[in-house]
Write a protein that binds this ligand. Structure first.
Ligand code: NAD
Length: 375
């Protein structure tokens, strides 16, 4: 079997789905590896590094994809790339399935077995292949570093002969994987951190990181079986925004990382709330790729509103591409290894497996994921 790794084509994507260290591990399974020339150029790896790890470096992208039994990448494939895939090709990527219904249909029509990395369950067994987690924790870190570069303030308290500097106040909204890492990073830099999340289980996690949990009464919340937040009603979101207005106004930095799986991110910071913030404050919206938590946020731009900077960097893990690629690639290796049959030296995908049941979205000419088939 051959696994191929095309160069990413999504604008500004700096990550790679394979790094040389993982190529060597995949080769050791008995898998042939081909990478497109330049695949690791933006995350610190030369073509020679891949060749030395045992990969064949190819410049003929279309032919390479045609020959691949497994096509693995970070972002979803273009129509041209899908057109090269064969009946039975296994395509592994962040397929963005809820926002890409046409792509999912085409993958099904071509007989591709498509694995949507977003749909990997958040279970203990799947942790090592959980791309959402590995990339979200880097996004949380990068959000704080980005905010630090944009604020005119330092994070820690400093007592000097020139006076005392108060620690910067950071408010983190949504304390999932990214939010918790943002809390930890901001605390390490010396900030005073407040946080809020709608899932009750999060309060303890926030406190254990040394941050204060902001209590806002919004009524019944909770989480889905998969551990994701349930969407709030319009009335609940209104209560939440009212409860957060004062905390936002007092904060120097607000980081929003609130998402509801498979849906548009909720709007949590309205223009009125931004107007109540101090000039010079910074807002980083981690949810911008799923619509944004901040009213008026623009993807990949820093915009201003009455002196408040609103950062809409879409691909925050891509701002730390070396480690993002290292972790992404390790997740891909774990996924392939989990379902690798040593005897036959092939990938054996039993669709009754818990993990595959959740993340294989097309197979045998059909959309096999119920949620997606219904859309
Ligand atoms: P996510 O990206 O879907 O959402 C981020 C956070 O936003 C969540 O904590 C969610 O509760 C919160 N949120 C949603 N609406 C909100 C609102 N209106 N206001 C404030 N916050 C809001 O979540 P995620 O980081 O991908 O994590 C999802 C779940 O999966 C969590 O329960 C996490 O602990 C769990 N998880 C488990 C494992 C594992 O067991 N292997 C691994 C990773 C994550």
């Amino acid at each position: 079997m051959t696994a191929v790794f095309p160069k990413e084509t999504h604008a500004g994507e700096s990550r790679a789905a394979a790094v040389p260290e993982q190529v060597a591990k995949l080769k050791a399974l008995g898998l042939e590896i081909e990478v497109e020339a330049g695949v690791g150029a933006s995350c610190g790896h030369t073509d020679d590094d891949y060749a030395n790890a045992g990969a064949t470096v190819r410049s003929d992208r279309a032919a390479m994809i045609q020959g691949g039994d497994i096509v693995a990448r970070v972002r979803k494939p273009s129509g041209d790339d899908v057109a090269q895939m064969r009946d039975g090709t296994v395509c592994i990527a962040l397929l963005d399935p809820f926002q890409s219904p046409d792509l999912i249909k085409v993958l099904a029509q071509r007989g591709v077995t498509a694995i949507s990395l977003e749909m990997i369950p958040r279970s203990t067994r799947a942790q090592k292949m959980d791309v959402l987690s590995s990339q979200a924790s880097l996004a949380g870190y990068a959000a704080v570093i980005t905010a630090a570069a944009q604020t005119g303030k330092i994070f820690p308290m400093m007592m000097t002969p020139a006076g005392t500097i108060k620690p910067v106040k950071v408010f983190i909204i949504g304390a999932g994987v990214a939010g918790l890492q943002a809390i930890a990073t901001a605390k390490r830099l010396g900030a005073k951190v407040d946080a809020f999340d709608t899932r009750p289980a999060v309060e303890e996690q926030v406190r254990s990181l040394g941050a204060k949990f902001v209590r806002i009464e919004v009524g019944e919340t909770g989480q889905t079986e998969g551990g994701y937040a349930k969407a709030l009603t319009d009335e609940q979101l209104k209560l939440q925004r009212e409860g957060m207005t004062r905390v936002c106004a007092e904060s120097d930095i607000v980081i929003t990382a609130a998402q509801v799986f498979g849906r548009r991110a909720p709007i949590l910071l309205t223009k009125e709330m931004l107007d109540a913030m101090k000039p010079g404050s910074v807002v980083v919206d981690l949810a911008v790729e799923s619509g944004g938590n901040v009213e008026g946020v623009v993807a990949d731009q820093i915009t201003g509103r009455k002196g408040v900077k609103i950062v809409g960097t879409a691909n925050l893990p891509g701002t730390v591409p070396v480690h993002a690629s290292q972790m992404f690639s390790s997740n891909i290796t774990a996924l392939i290894t989990e379902f690798w049959d040593k005897e036959s030296r092939t990938l054996k995908l039993n669709l009754d497996d818990d993990i595959l049941k959740s993340c294989v979205v097309t197979h045998g000419g059909r959309i096999v994921n119920e949620k997606l088939a219904a859309t």
